[in-house]
Design a protein around this ligand. Structure first.
Ligand SMILES: *Cc1c(COP(=O)(O)O)cnc(C)c1O
Length: 382
């Protein structure tokens, strides 16, 4: 039976316990499993390699992304590291967007310097530069769309059909499997930080790599076990709990965002407003083609100087100044000093991240209250 995503996210793994008839799949904490007899192991032998609770989480994530296999990892970063370790050799080239997630930039830059693989950061919105970079025969092209924090959009389908013998990997953390399915658009692998919308409650760090190919997935599983970066049973259990409400959460967060964006469009203290759901956004047409929603993250550039920025942030009562996004609570971040502080200043400037840029993750509070909070913060800087 082919099920819709709401049904998958709610029902995955339910009623699978034969012993007690638990409705919710129980958490299996045992690290080790007895053998039937010598040379007759069960499917499970040691939880680093394979764990029943993690298996349910992996199946759920794979089904939501329309994949066939998933490896859950200890974090989003370890998911990206797993891909590089398992699939790249020292002379293989990885091409990544110059405005990718700050932690991804730090990891790939370090792996490049260390010689694990070669890495080239480019502006993937610059078609000419992108086509030129193909001449270097990249082994892997890493895509992040919408990008963080500028919400730039690239065409997943167009990039994924650009060259054979290249692995296309999409970081789909921003859109979640609810609004975008890169495997259907031609990607080989999808990676998520489950720490964001998938868990949705800002109380868990985890990641996942989803594939549609048994050979690649076996390699990833082997390396995941060998490196020891698979997700824990506790985290798998908690993540499944979060995923059951994923669909209504992201839709309500998106509805709140629509109201807040309409309010922000009328704010004279905003220089630039970045949200792919605005028809003036340069990526709007592609977003409409490859996404079924625009999500609940936007960023804007405040007019004025550092003092104005400080006053604005101090005035906010409902938007918490914090990194991360995708939880039920609304957050605001200053990318230049927080999420993207690991990027050298010239790289950050080239990526368009100014010192007056703020990124907002809209939560599940009442949108009227959120707008009232923004309204008083904007009045405080008039
Ligand atoms: C947070 C994030 C990551 C890293 O995930 P962690 O779970 O924090 O390790 C990677 N990519 C994107 C787009 C992210 O937002």
């Amino acid at each position: 039976m082919i099920m819709k995503k709401s049904t998958i996210s709610v029902r995955s793994g339910l009623n699978s316990d034969a012993q007690h008839g638990c409705v919710v799949p129980p958490i299996t904490l045992s690290t080790t499993y007895n053998f039937f007899e010598l040379n007759k192991p069960r499917p499970y032998d040691y939880s680093r390699r394979k764990n029943p609770t993690r298996d349910v989480a992996q199946k759920t994530l794979s089904d939501l992304e329309c994949g066939t296999h998933a490896i859950m990892t200890s974090s989003g970063m370890s998911a990206i590291y797993l891909i590089c370790s398992a699939l790249l050799k020292p002379n293989d080239l990885l091409i990544a967007p110059h405005d990718c997630y700050g932690g991804t930039y730090r990891l790939l830059d370090a792996l490049n310097k260390k010689g694990t693989c070669k890495v080239l950061f480019i502006n993937q919105n610059d078609t000419q530069m992108f086509l030129q970079s193909l001449a270097y025969k990249p082994k892997l092209i890493f895509i992040e769309t919408p990008s963080n924090p500028m919400l730039r959009i690239v065409d997943i389908y167009a990039i994924c059909k650009s060259q054979k013998d290249t692995l296309y990997v999409v970081d789909n953390t921003f859109m979640t499997p609810v609004f975008q399915n890169p495997l259907i658009l031609g990607a080989d692998l999808v990676v998520h930080s489950c720490s964001k919308y998938l868990n949705g409650h800002s109380d868990l760090i985890a990641g996942v790599v989803i594939s549609k190919d048994a050979y690649i997935s076996d390699k990833l599983a082997w390396w995941g076990n060998t490196l020891g970066i698979t997700g824990s049973a506790f985290d798998s259990y908690q993540l499944l709990r979060g995923i059951r409400t994923l669909i209504p959460r992201v839709h309500q967060q998106q509805n709140n965002t629509k109201s807040i964006i309409a309010f922000c469009q009328k704010q004279p203290q905003i220089n630039e407003l970045y949200y792919p759901g605005l028809s003036v956004h340069p990526g709007y047409a592609i977003a409409c083609k490859q996404q079924s929603g625009f999500g609940s993250i936007f960023s804007f550039e405040l007019k004025g100087n550092k003092n104005v920025l400080l006053r604005f942030l101090r005035s906010l009562k409902l938007f918490t100044l914090a990194e991360s996004f995708g939880g039920v609570e609304s957050l605001i971040a200053h990318p230049a000093t927080m999420t993207h502080a690991a990027m050298p200043e010239n790289v950050r400037k080239r990526a368009g991240i100014s010192d007056m840029l703020l990124r907002v993750s809209v939560g599940l509070e009442d949108s009227d209250d959120l707008i009232t909070d923004l309204e008083q913060a904007f009045s405080s800087i008039q």
